[in-house]
Design a protein around this ligand. Structure first.
Ligand code: HEM
Length: 494
């Protein structure tokens, strides 16, 4: 009554009463997994859409499939922006361009995203990298064979495999192990510190003074990253004319960035902008895919009957393609994947039960808007609990169980193949997000997962160490990972 709402008669979604600064500090100090459990208690009390006062503008959290669909799909353009704090580069160099993930919804984002989608992620371009996938698989199999029957932490091998695959797609040339390691180290250092650095963005001017040494550390790491990545970009630029003479050459992400013209500013990308975009490409697809691969293999170890059923399916297809009397085919080829609906069901179930991010990246609204009769002010942040959507008991019976059969269901084998992961009609799960900001590489990620799961099961039998239960508890790193990493026995099948 004394302080009329600035939003007129409309209310923000409900939530706990808060003193903004105090709540900010209390919540930001918690781990995201803890935040998730706090949020669940708020959802139980206030309903599936709530407001918390984190940061300078209200933050809305959504845990309901149909509300998420209304926001991200039906009202996609309004909810497609990103909050400013997501772009760490804002504090360091305001002239520096965003990457795709953090760019505001607008022409630069459209240009960068279209470049990635059309020039690298288009199925014809993805096919051109099948040699690279075969090479990386060969290296991974060799490393696992070296371990013999000894138990080993497989996720480290998965991470190296996914990283080297993306390095190849990014820089085009096969780099040697030392070079890949050098890039991986600097990228890892950036990731490990990301959460510390993002805090700098909440109140940049204040934080530059309060967290001076952290800000310096950020600038130091940025310079180091530039020093490591730039020589590979320059090498690609130098060899551009030579490549143009070759009849068939595979286009790398760097090649497309070198050609890109920022139409509004009528200029090419600057060095630090290229480094930013390469860094995003390498990071976005490594841990997400490696951690999902680990979760899937962990479930195949825990439930040997699922692994056996999958192996039998692969064996059937491999027998068909094997020439009479010839020796066993070592590789499940990419063309074979579409004949393997149970494989697809296993991968989808892995993504549903263990999405690598429990939240999609934060969205922001471009203008004042209404959602479910609640007011969401311009620039308000909107977070979607993606994992909750895939665990909704209204859609998924016994949602916390790992049951690939649910994707085969009454619709038969075609059901898994036809499952719509984009959620455009209805959201049933959303490991890649939905709507305009949906992961542009969902197709590539599915291909990587299917190809590596199929080949790892075809080449090896995966078993738990006797007396050791596979522990499916989670912890938060850059993605949600296994609290106790998978350490199986792996026995070559031939
Ligand atoms: C299992 C693997 C992956 C999963 C589960 C995944 C998931 C996601 C999710 C949840 C988002 C945010 C969607 C939103 O904000 O609404 C996203 C965005 C993005 N992902 Fe992925 N991703 C995967 C692999 C990849 C790969 C391999 C790449 C690139 C090579 C990639 C590139 C991106 C980019 C550039 C964005 C930002 C899109 C934008 O803001 O417009 N992702 N991804």
């Amino acid at each position: 009554f004394l302080f009329p709402s600035p939003h007129g008669p409309y209310n923000l979604p409900p939530g706990p009463p808060a003193l903004p600064i105090v709540t900010n500090f209390l919540l930001l100090r918690r781990s995201p997994l803890h935040l998730e459990s706090v949020l669940r208690t708020f959802f139980a009390k206030y309903g599936p859409i709530i407001t918390l006062h984190i940061g300078p503008s209200p933050t809305v959290f959504i845990a309901d499939r149909s509300i998420a669909h209304k926001a991200l799909v039906q009202n996609g353009a309004v909810f497609a922006d990103r909050p400013l704090f997501l772009s760490i580069d804002k504090i360091a160099d305001s002239a520096s361009l965003h990457n795709i993930t953090s760019a505001p919804y607008g022409s630069t984002w459209r240009l960068l995203r279209r470049n990635l989608a059309a020039e690298i992620l288009h199925p014809s371009r993805v096919r051109a990298y099948s040699q690279a996938r075969r090479w990386v698989l060969g290296n991974l199999v060799r490393r696992l064979l070296c371990r013999g029957w000894e138990e080993c932490v497989v996720v480290e091998h998965f991470q190296s495999a996914m990283f080297s695959l993306l390095v190849l797609m990014c820089f085009g040339d096969k780099l040697n192990e030392k070079e890949i390691m050098e890039i991986q180290q600097v990228q890892q250092e950036m990731l490990v510190n990301l959460q510390r650095f993002v805090l700098l963005n909440f109140w940049p001017k204040l934080m530059k003074i309060l967290l001076r040494s952290r800000w310096k550390a950020y600038l130091h790491l940025k310079a180091k990253q530039q020093k490591v990545l730039m020589p590979f970009i320059k090498a690609r630029e130098k060899a551009k004319h030579e490549r143009a003479k070759e009849e068939e050459h595979v286009v790398s992400y760097v090649d497309t960035l070198l050609d890109l013209q920022l139409t509004h500013e009528n200029r090419k990308l600057k060095d630090e902008e290229m480094v930013n975009l390469c860094s995003e490409f390498l990071n976005a697809g490594t841990d997400t895919t490696a951690t999902t691969l680990q979760w899937i293999m962990a479930n195949l170890v825990k439930y040997p009957e699922i692994q056996h059923k999958l192996y039998e399916e692969i064996k059937g297809v491999m027998k068909e393609s094997q020439q009479h009397g010839s020796k066993v085919e070592e590789e499940v080829k990419e063309e074979d994947l579409e004949k393997l609906p149970y494989l697809k069901a296993v991968v989808l179930e892995g993504l549903r039960r263990h999405p690598p991010g429990h939240f999609v990246l934060p969205h922001a609204v471009k203008e004042d808007t209404m959602l479910e009769n609640y007011f969401i002010p311009k620039n308000g942040t909107v977070n979607i609990l993606a994992a909750e959507m895939g665990w909704d008991p209204e859609v998924w019976e016994d949602p916390m169980a790992f049951k690939p059969e649910r994707f085969v269901g009454g619709g038969g084998e075609a059901e898994a193949m036809a499952f719509d992961i984009t959620g455009s009609k209805e959201i049933k799960m959303m490991p890649f997000g939905v709507g305009r900001r949906m992961c542009p590489a969902a197709g590539l990620a599915m291909l990587h997962l299917e190809y590596f799961v199929a080949n790892l099961v075809w080449r090896f039998e995966w078993k738990a160490v006797e007396g050791v239960e596979v522990d499916l508890s989670e912890k938060m790193e850059f993605t949600i990972v296994m609290n106790n990493p998978l350490k199986p026995h792996i026995r070559p099948r031939f």
